[in-house]
Design a protein around this ligand. Structure first.
Ligand SMILES: [Zn+2]
Length: 321
């Protein structure tokens, strides 16, 4: 990591895992080569250093998934930081800290998933007095409804709508750089189209296959691929921290044992004995398993992450790519 990043992290008194997104020199390269896995976010400096960064409008993202997407549009004209980025924290259970409150109070723009996923951010934004137009929530333009799937960063339509509206919000508070925000948003839309194209190729081979997951994290991508997502009652229970019904667990177990499922996706951030048991059962039954995280892995852009997941899904489902 470049020294200026480290200094900034100490200035804002942030813990491990906070990512600043000073994407600058290699940005065009990055956005054109969405499949390339370089660690730009964590490795480039701020150019002018921490002093210059301190003068930029601050964007605070509740999660690093949305933070990365926001940073690819806002940087280098704004500084973007994310509150949640640790793969060891379950975002569904997150409790905001006083540091988070101070950070949001200092922000010009706040970005969050919404959809009931990060209500702690709603509370901090309300307390900060931030204008509603400066709180950009990804659920605002998606068809999400109460009880629906909150993992909107895996829903490419929701991401596309977010990109459009976030770029407009940036231009509104910083009209001088409006062209930059619009141009970078356009490149993000191309990256999203590239993901749709990748998914389309895969879909031709995997549509209709029965898969399952231990939590509904993967569901938006499963839908994009036309996969048949089974064991949904179990997933909902785990996400909401409720004990699944014995009959629900029994069905899941027999579907694994009898190979009715072609793949099992599990959430790396949830450590439940019952989930562990299903994973063991999948391994014994030769059902391939795919680990997935709620957080963007370090040194990866969102679009690279999603391409990587699609590639892995293809491999696990036996598709030649
Ligand atoms: Zn989740």
């Amino acid at each position: 990591m470049v020294r200026s990043n480290v200094i900034l992290l100490h200035i804002i008194d942030w813990g491990i895992g906070i990512m600043a997104f000073p994407v600058k020199k290699k940005q065009n390269f990055w956005l054109k080569s969405a499949i390339c896995a370089l660690g730009v976010a964590g490795t480039l400096g701020f150019g002018g250093g921490a002093a210059q960064a301190a003068k930029m409008p601050l964007v605070v993202a509740a999660e690093n998934t949305w933070g990365d997407i926001a940073a690819q549009i806002a940087a280098p004209d704004m500084r973007v930081v994310a509150i949640l980025s640790s793969p060891t924290v379950d975002p569904h259970e997150y409790q905001a800290t006083p540091t988070d409150a101070r950070m949001i109070a200092a922000a010009e723009l706040v970005v969050a998933n919404g959809a009931g996923y990060d209500t702690w951010a709603d509370k901090l934004v309300a307390a900060s007095g931030l204008l509603p137009a400066r709180y950009v929530k990804a659920d605002s333009w998606s068809p999400w409804q109460e009880g629906g799937n909150p993992h909107l960063w895996f829903n490419v339509d929701a991401v596309s709508a977010f990109v459009k509206h976030f770029a407009e919000a940036c231009a509104h508070i910083d009209p001088e750089h409006a062209d930059g925000y619009a141009g970078r948003a356009e490149k993000m839309q191309l990256a999203i189209q590239s993901i749709q194209a990748h998914a389309g190729l895969l879909k031709a081979h995997v549509a209709g296959m029965h898969v399952a997951a231990t939590e509904p994290l993967f569901t938006p991508l499963a839908d994009l691929l036309g996969l048949q997502m089974d064991e949904q009652a179990y997933q909902l229970a785990v996400m909401n921290d409720v004990e699944p019904a014995p009959s629900t667990v029994a069905t899941f177990e027999s579907d694994l044992k009898e190979h009715r499922l072609k793949m099992l996706v599990y959430n790396q951030q949830v450590e439940e004995p019952s989930v562990r048991h299903l994973l063991e059962l999948a391994q014994q039954s030769n059902v391939p398993t795919l680990p997935l995280s709620e957080m963007l892995p370090p040194r990866k852009h969102w679009q690279v992450w999603v391409h990587d997941i699609l590639t892995q899904v293809g491999q696990l489902l036996g598709v030649q790519q």
